[in-house]
Design a protein around this ligand. Structure first.
Ligand SMILES: Nc1ccn([C@@H]2O[C@H](COP(=O)(O)OP(=O)(O)OP(=O)(O)O)[C@@H](O)[C@H]2O)c(=O)n1
Ligand SMILES: C[C@](O)(CO)[C@H](O)COP(=O)(O)O
Length: 235
């Protein structure tokens, strides 16, 4: 099997969190959220390389994390772009020669279960692309943006909340990003770029602990998961 690269995207501003410090740098237990995520993939033997994509002003700080936490698999710390998609594209361009498979993961998802990472990668190696996801628990409705009138109620049985990592054959994801750039298409995840090529993307069921830390309400939940599910000592 060709090399496995991981792109960790952490170049966002965290505006929904509303903190002066971008959310990926907020302390979770003894260290920043982003460091938890980086260490998770550092400790996966099969990972050959990690590309870290951060805000331009945070490159030096994150290079210090790489040294300080001995994140030896992080080969590049790059400045991201205006959109998440731009940041991923920066990461794709940095992957080493011989990389065949790539995982794209949000830097603010520190709790993904290792087994689920492997299951997602295995599915991608079977069908080309795969993403972690969980069945939605709420009823989801399509609502008119102007008057908030409900337009439709999709069958919940077909709805999944999509997570990361998202796993792809590198050549396919590169093709998808090139097409999106050419067409000026912006998607909220990488799978949507691959889907628009007409390529198959499959979900792999993860768990509800793989939260994307986004708003202030997520912080106590993250602290609880850290200390009651992922087993790290309380700070
Ligand atoms: N231009 C961007 C935007 C987002 N991200 C990263 O993509 C992940 C998921 O994005 P999100 O949770 O939306 O983070 P932010 O964009 O920072 O949050 P907000 O939308 O509240 O500003 C995060 O790790 C974020 O840092 C990125 O690398 N580059
Ligand atoms: C990629 C993602 O985490 C899948 O749910 C999500 O689309 C990221 O969205 P965000 O607005 O960039 O957080």
């Amino acid at each position: 099997m060709g090399k496995l690269g991981v792109i960790i995207v952490a170049a966002g501003k965290g505006s929904r969190m509303g903190t002066a410090e971008s959310k990926q740098y907020l302390q979770l237990g003894q260290k920043p959220i982003l460091v938890h995520t980086l260490q998770l993939f550092q400790n996966i033997h099969e990972v050959d390389e990690i590309i870290l994509v951060v805000g331009a002003d945070d490159v030096n700080r994150c290079e210090a994390y790489v040294t300080g936490y001995a994140l030896t698999k992080v080969t590049r710390v790059l400045a991201g772009g205006a959109e998440r998609q731009d940041s991923v594209r920066q990461g794709l361009q940095a992957l080493q020669e011989g990389t065949e498979w790539v995982l794209v993961h949000d830097g603010v998802r520190p709790f993904v279960k290792i087994e689920h990472v492997f299951e997602c990668l295995a599915k991608a190696q079977e069908v080309g692309s795969a993403v972690l996801a969980v069945p939605v628990k709420d009823t989801i409705k399509v609502v008119d943006a102007a008057d908030k009138r409900i337009q439709s109620t999709p069958d919940r049985r077909s709805l999944w909340a999509i997570q990361t990592p998202q796993a792809f054959r590198l050549s396919l994801l590169q093709e998808a990003h090139e097409a999106a750039l050419r067409d000026q298409f912006i998607g909220t995840d990488d799978a949507s770029l691959v889907e628009r090529l007409g390529a198959a993307v499959h979900v792999v069921e993860g768990d509800y602990y793989n939260i994307k830390i986004t708003t202030p309400e997520d912080l106590p939940w993250a602290d609880w998961i850290l200390h009651n599910v992922r087993g790290e000592e309380r700070s």
